[in-house]
Design a protein around this ligand. Structure first.
Ligand code: GLY
Length: 362
């Protein structure tokens, strides 16, 4: 059974990846929780499917939030802390987050703040949460002005990943998570690129052996990056590949037209285009990326969905910005990216113009 580990400022935590692991969770969690109370937290989709049985098996309290981004709010944070109090959670207690990125983020902030911090365990149920958000300790809620603007680093005690939970994940959500998987191959793993291209059909059919292997490789990449650079002083920024333009496009389209993964597909295409224009990315690498994105049916442009001016203005509000400049992550070869590139405004306008279908600058 693949077990990875992440070294955080608070200690080392394991990331276990195993098909069927959910059935063995009560024993694992009892070991972590000890005698203190546990709160199992899910959302209106994940709680009935996985959370309720787990809470019953553990004799734990439980809480389900409405599914969706709106649960990453101050109100939900306050309500969650009250739930912890009412359930009798003490300083030795544990919150178990069973769900996708929203549940994991909210649970992380609650577990960091309630009684100045209690234990947290992640049981991710979406592909995105498995390969990205459950590892690395970032947790945040949203403000009306933007996503993830209020947050903490809250490393978990453990991350338990059961790829079988993906079996009935809705197709669009699965593909959305696949965008992050493709991203890992482009920024960090040429062999993963080859495997994803060769095994497209099996990946889309969720072949469990292949999927477990791919999830494990992605988690290993993320675990390595966040161990080397927990607080994003340097290398961790490469995980943001495709996200500078992608996040801006999601915001410009009101988080309604594109899934996160679809926006990241477009963002990766723009980043490759920018990289080629800046002389950082070889044209062949950009072509290889385009082949992979289209093999998985991810969009590489979003004609007419937003204006160049608005989308580029939103990229300059990115959290990664320092002193006004937006640093770009660019590929320098297949399976390798470097952060911190400053990019000519005209290059950005041309690349954004191509992606948004206006065909020319402005
Ligand atoms: N999802 C990007 C990071 O964890 O840094």
């Amino acid at each position: 059974v693949p077990e990875l580990s992440v070294t955080a400022s608070t200690g080392v935590y394991p990331v276990t990846i195993e098909a069927g692991l959910i059935g063995r969770l009560p024993d694992r969690l009892r070991e972590i929780a000890g005698p203190s109370r546990v709160l199992v937290m899910g959302d209106s989709n994940t709680f009935p499917r996985f959370g309720r049985d787990l809470a019953e098996a553990l004799g734990a309290s439980s809480w389900a939030v409405p599914a969706g981004e709106s649960s990453k709010s101050w109100e939900a944070l306050e309500e969650g802390c009250r739930q912890c109090l009412e359930a009798g959670l003490d300083r030795g207690s544990t919150v178990v987050a069973i769900g996708g990125g929203v549940v994991g983020d909210l649970a992380g902030v609650i577990a960091a703040l309630y009684l100045r911090g209690i234990r947290l365990v992640h049981v991710p149920t979406t592909l995105l949460a498995m390969v990205d958000s459950s590892i690395g300790g970032k947790a945040a809620i949203d403000l009306p002005q933007g996503k993830n603007l209020v947050g903490v680093f809250k490393p978990p005690e453990a991350v338990y990943i059961d790829p079988e939970l993906l079996t009935d994940l809705p197709d669009r959500e699965y593909r959305s998570g696949l965008a992050e998987v493709l991203k890992y191959s482009m920024i960090a793993d040429e062999q993963l690129y080859d495997s994803l291209l060769a095994n497209r059909q099996k990946m889309l059919e969720k072949d469990m052996d292949l999927l477990t292997d791919v999830v494990t490789r992605c988690c290993a990449i993320k675990a390595g990056v966040v161990t080397r650079d927990e607080k994003e002083k340097g290398e961790r920024a490469i995980l943001n590949y495709g996200h500078t333009f992608g996040h801006a496009l999601e915001a410009a389209t009101g988080y309604a037209r594109l899934t996160h993964g679809e926006a990241i597909g477009v963002g990766m295409a723009v980043a490759a285009d920018v990289g080629v224009a800046m002389g950082v990315t070889p044209a062949g690498v950009s072509a290889s990326q385009a082949e992979l994105l289209s093999a998985y049916g991810l969009p590489q442009s979003a004609p007419g969905l937003a204006t160049v001016a608005e989308t580029l203005a939103l990229t300059s509000r990115d959290k990664k910005n320092r002193g006004g400049a937006t640093p770009w992550v660019l590929l320098d070869r297949l399976g390798h990216a470097t952060p911190g590139h400053s990019v000519d405004p005209e290059v950005l306008e041309r690349a954004a113009g191509r992606a948004l279908g206006s065909g020319e600058a402005g």
